[in-house]
Design a protein. Structure first.
Length: 215
């Protein structure tokens, strides 16, 4: 495979990714939401009792994580969707975007807490309404680790913001400019202005500064 074929393949892959940017962003968010929820319980239980508790009953993975996972991912996804955080390119993430992620994570935390509180109090609520025969024991009678909610809130912010920053750093610092694909550029002028121009051009890859001539 020659250089031209490799370049064309990379360009085709880049074009496909741009054409499906919204779908890829949505899938990435779902994966990050699930990972944050999983990590929250792992930290709450010190990475122990995952598949079974000490008494032999199903561990936190089966008792808490999986039953609540659809609710948690749905709450987060709908909140981020409503705030428009599925749009826009991660390549140009800014501090404003990170603030919006924190805001969306907070509202997600609120909806998840309300859902958990509703599930945990179904039986008392039914009895208040006169349905004394109603019986519901959530989570197999085990106490829910409240710290998992706060850990998930912090994890959502860290993972989503971290992923966006990583994408921007990749495009600006890691991704090499294809040899010969970008025209050479000579900067005329020195000092701070010339240095700022070079700093602005390098991350884009549209030009390759090859030198600078002072006036």
């Amino acid at each position: 495979m020659n250089v031209d074929e490799t370049t064309n393949q990379k360009l085709n892959l880049t074009g496909w990714a741009r054409g499906h940017r919204v779908s890829l962003a949505a899938l990435a968010h779902v994966a990050l939401f699930a990972l944050s929820w999983l990590t929250a319980f792992a930290l709450a239980y010190n990475f122990q009792q995952t598949l079974s508790f000490k008494d032999g009953s199903p561990g936190w993975f089966w008792t808490f994580f999986l039953p609540l996972l659809p609710i948690v991912v749905t709450a987060k996804f709908c909140t981020f969707l409503a705030m428009g955080l599925h749009r826009g390119s991660w390549r140009y993430v800014s501090m404003r975007d990170l603030i919006h992620v924190t805001h969306a994570s907070w509202w997600s935390f609120v909806w998840i807490f309300l859902a958990y509180y509703t599930i945990a109090n179904l039986e008392p609520g039914a009895r208040l309404l006169g349905h004394d025969e109603f019986t519901f024991i959530p989570f197999g009678g085990r106490n829910f680790p409240d710290s998992a909610l706060l850990l998930d809130f912090a994890g959502t912010i860290a993972l989503v913001c971290g992923a966006r920053i990583a994408v921007r750093l990749y495009h600006e610092e890691v991704q090499p400019v294809l040899e010969g694909s970008a025209p050479k550029l000579l900067i005329v002028g020195a000092g701070n202005a010339g240095e700022n121009v070079v700093r602005e051009i390098l991350p884009t890859g549209a030009r390759v500064p090859s030198g600078r001539i002072p006036r």
